[in-house]
Design a binder for this molecule. Structure first.
Ligand code: RNT
Ligand code: ZN
Length: 416
């Protein structure tokens, strides 16, 4: 089929493919810098294991070891993805040099991210940010929830420094900066006190958010989690904790859901409209959990499609949902992991935009569940390929990208 034929196919269902193609262009997806180097960053010893309950597995060659290598790899990703992307940095990706030597995380300043600002400016990208509350000697192992005043103070200062850096990124780049607060705080085994750490965590976030910022420019988000490796019994920032914090502080922050952070039969696609019934804006980490928060590369699978349908149907593309990727696979070519994941979210969004959402809703409201099922099933095999291909052509991006990734692997990655 050609695009013109696909266009008339969709027209029969009342779908305007041109409108869908226009809309998908503006859908901004935040690209997580940490896929390129297995979440190591540049501020601590890269041979030390990750902490905070997260883990990368695999040792595929070619990991980015320096800011220059990571930036070159991101450029290769940008070459292969259509649409609008935004950078997403962790504080551990601060860039130190002779002029600005290493400082600990509580002393970070905007200048340590100047090179990233230049990088984003040259490419016309906005930038999101994350304080890094893990993989650091000052995790005792708790951070913001620690009973130790000194530990807590260090991490609160880190959080405040990150608010200032986020404000700087937003001002320099002219796009709001989503600043996500996640810690791996929790216990391996049954705790004796569950409320104490949560009260301290709440107070620590209060202190971080007391640092002045313009809520239109800096959007702090609170991410929950169910458990992590080595943190199986108790997570301080649980779903109820994070959501309650966000609900009680709607003038200061927004909730963030990572679809790897729930029990396996819970789905974030259903949680999106639940939250949007209350919050004007929410944020997402899009990942692919297999049995646990395994952070596999996002595929064009049922739940990703369903998440994107809810984003589209709930007006998420009009500023109500901030979308970021969050996965890290070290067992395959990392550039491919990045590109495949971004493109699969974009594909899922385009797929959702090509559904006759108003007509389907009408069928549901009229209790015509027979037609609703038939129409939804017919649309699953609609000529989506032709529209996706048309989008890539208009954006000057290739449909097939494996050969280019192989070329880059041979010429660049294999020499590291
Ligand atoms: C961990 C959380 C968190 C991290 C990143 C690196 O389970 O999902 O968002 O993955 O901050
Ligand atoms: Zn996450």
């Amino acid at each position: 089929m050609s695009y013109t034929e696909a266009k008339s196919f969709y027209e029969k269902y009342g779908v305007d493919t041109e409108k869908a193609l226009e809309k998908i262009k503006g859908a901004s997806i935040s690209l997580h810098c940490w896929q390129g180097d297995d979440v190591r960053g540049f501020d601590t010893d890269p041979t030390k294991p990750l902490t905070g309950g997260i883990q990368t597995t695999g040792n595929y060659p070619g990991r980015a070891r320096t800011p220059e290598e990571l930036m070159a790899d991101i450029d290769e990703v940008i070459k292969l993805v259509p649409g609008k992307i935004k950078m997403n940095l962790h504080a551990s990706y601060a860039i130190f040099d002779e002029e600005n030597p290493w400082v600990d995380r509580d002393k970070l300043e905007p200048k340590h991210f100047k090179k990233w600002v230049d990088f984003c400016k040259e490419r016309g990208l906005g930038c999101d940010f994350n304080p890094t509350f893990f993989s650091h000697p000052k995790c005792d192992p708790l951070t913001l929830a620690s009973p130790n005043v000194e530990t807590r103070k260090f991490w609160i200062e880190h959080g405040k420094a990150c608010i200032r850096i986020s404000q700087y990124l937003a001002e320099e780049l002219g796009e709001p900066c989503v600043m996500n607060i996640w810690t791996g705080d929790g216990f391996k085994d049954i705790p004796a006190d569950r409320i104490g750490p949560r009260e301290r965590y709440r107070e620590s976030i209060d202190e971080i958010l007391s640092e002045p910022y313009d809520f239109n420019l800096v959007k702090p988000t609170i991410e929950s989690k169910v458990f992590g490796i080595g943190v199986e019994a108790y997570t301080v920032g649980s779903a109820e904790f994070a959501l309650s914090y966000a609900a009680m502080n709607t003038d200061k922050c927004i909730p963030l859901m990572d679809n790897g952070h729930y029990h396996p039969t819970e789905v974030v696609s259903d949680k999106i409209p639940a939250l949007l019934a209350f919050f004007p804006e929410i944020a997402l980490h899009i990942t692919r959990p297999i049995r646990w928060d395994s952070d596999h590369v996002v595929l064009f699978d049922d739940e990703t499609k369903e998440i994107c349908r809810e984003i589209v149907r709930c007006g998420g593309l009009d500023g109500r949902v901030d979308m970021a990727l969050d996965y890290f696979d070290a067992s395959i070519n990392r550039i491919s992991a990045w590109v495949t994941g971004v493109r699969n979210v974009q594909k899922s969004l385009l797929f959702a935009l090509l559904q006759p959402n108003e007509e389907l809703k009408k069928m549901q409201d009229e209790s015509d569940f027979t037609q609703l099922m038939v129409a939804q099933e017919e649309l699953k095999t609609a000529p989506f390929y032709d529209v996706w291909k048309e989008y890539l052509e208009r954006e000057n991006k290739p449909y097939e990208y494996y050969d280019e990734i192989k070329r880059y692997e041979e010429e660049v990655l294999s020499k590291r």
